[in-house]
Design a protein around this ligand. Structure first.
Ligand code: GDP
Length: 361
């Protein structure tokens, strides 16, 4: 499954946040046979629709989609040269599908900042510079062979141009993700290089709890990383939330003027940035949010439930979540009102589709 690697300088609150994430672990509950590594946290994708559906179809069992985070320790200045845990660090990031950068924006004189003072921009710069240097190394290592392949007409000149473009971008101190957002390069064109900075980035600012509702303060930080998404949370506050039962947690959030926990926001944004979406099944046995890639067709989606469903796919019976709720979950009513859609093999799944697949065995 796709993973999000959590990186950040020491003492920014990564462990505090990661421990809170793993306390939220859904794996044990819903996937008892899966083994999970100690540095992996599998958290539920928050989805308010699921309990609504469960009530309508009279089931207790809800299986949410999940988001997997991996705690990647060891970023330091010089990581790209193999300093400290550098090499292992880079290898771990390479395996992740997206990068979540935790940045310290909280003030606390008792907690030493590795660079001497709290400066989110500098911290992001320190980390991104290491990733950029590692990517430049990747390109420089690849270039001699690419030159040769170009002469031997084994690669297209356009590919070489894209590689050189990527090198220029990195040399200017920017990530491929940033440049791609600005329309300067197409990530697909340099996919074969597996560059670290071509992964999607999310920034998590660990802020003092009294800044959580300071829109001006947050907007400034968000702007510094835009258009990459930014999440604002207080790691200690999140840790406390995970110790409470649902009602108390909701009250604590409300008292802080918040609607959703930072970790829930992170899970949602992370899921989206991985290019994932869900579709739903709802029956007496369970309500289930299945995860698929954005843009997948009905047979591909069916294959997530069972490979036989994809092979023998005939059609999908689809009703939108809103129509389902409006009809109080009555399939008779949904059919009578013409709201059950029959979709074929080219149908592209939409978020909120409630589906039943018809297939040959
Ligand atoms: P890591 O090195 O990035 O994993 O950071 P830790 O999670 O170990 O946190 C470093 C120190 O900062 C610990 O003493 C935490 O209790 C403290 N800390 C973490 N988050 C916050 C926060 O939001 N506010 C304050 N004041 N301290 C925090």
């Amino acid at each position: 499954s796709l993973t999000i690697g959590i990186v950040g300088l020491p003492n920014v609150g990564k462990s505090t946040m990661f421990n809170a994430l793993t306390r939220n672990n859904v794996l044990a509950e819903n996937y008892p046979f899966a083994t999970i590594e100690p540095n992996t946290g599998v958290v539920p994708l928050p989805d308010k629709r699921l309990p609504v559906l469960a009530e309508l179809v009279h089931t207790e069992k809800i299986v949410p989609a999940t988001v997997t985070f991996v705690d990647i320790a060891g970023i330091v200045k010089g990581a790209s040269e193999g300093e400290g845990l550098g090499n292992k660090f880079l290898a771990n990031i390479r395996e992740a599908d997206a990068i979540c950068e935790v940045v310290r924006a909280f003030e606390d004189d008792d907690i030493v900042h590795v660079n001497g003072r709290v400066n989110p921009d500098d911290d992001i710069d320190t980390i991104n510079t290491e990733l950029i240097l590692a990517d430049l190394q990747t390109i420089d290592n690849a270039l001699p062979k690419l030159e040769k392949d170009l002469r031997g007409k084994k690669i297209e000149p356009a590919y070489m141009e894209a590689v050189k473009k990527a090198k220029e971008i990195l040399e200017s101190g920017r990530t491929i993700d940033q440049a791609a957002s600005a329309g300067e390069i197409n990530k697909d064109d340099v996919y074969d290089l597996h560059l670290l900075t071509a992964k999607p980035f999310i920034y998590v600012f660990n802020v003092d709890d009294n800044e959580l509702t300071n829109e001006e303060f947050k907007a400034k930080l968000a702007q510094s990383v835009a258009p990459a998404p930014a999440i604002f949370l207080n790691a200690q506050f999140e840790a406390e939330l995970t110790e409470l039962d649902e009602a108390d947690a909701r009250e604590m959030l409300a008292d802080a003027g918040l609607e959703e926990s930072g970790l829930d926001q992170l899970a949602r944004v992370g899921f989206d940035i991985l290019g994932l979406q869900t579709f739903l099944t709802a029956g007496e046995k369970e309500v289930h949010a299945w995860q698929i890639h954005q843009g997948w067709t009905a047979p591909q989606a069916a294959g997530v439930i069972h490979t036989d469903f994809e092979k023998g796919f005939i059609k999908a019976e689809v009703v939108s979540y809103d129509d389902f709720v409006e009809a109080d979950g009555s399939m008779t009513k949904i059919k009578d009102e013409g709201k059950l859609r029959l979709e074929g093999k080219d149908y592209v799944m939409q978020d909120g589709d409630i589906v039943e697949f018809k297939f040959n065995v």
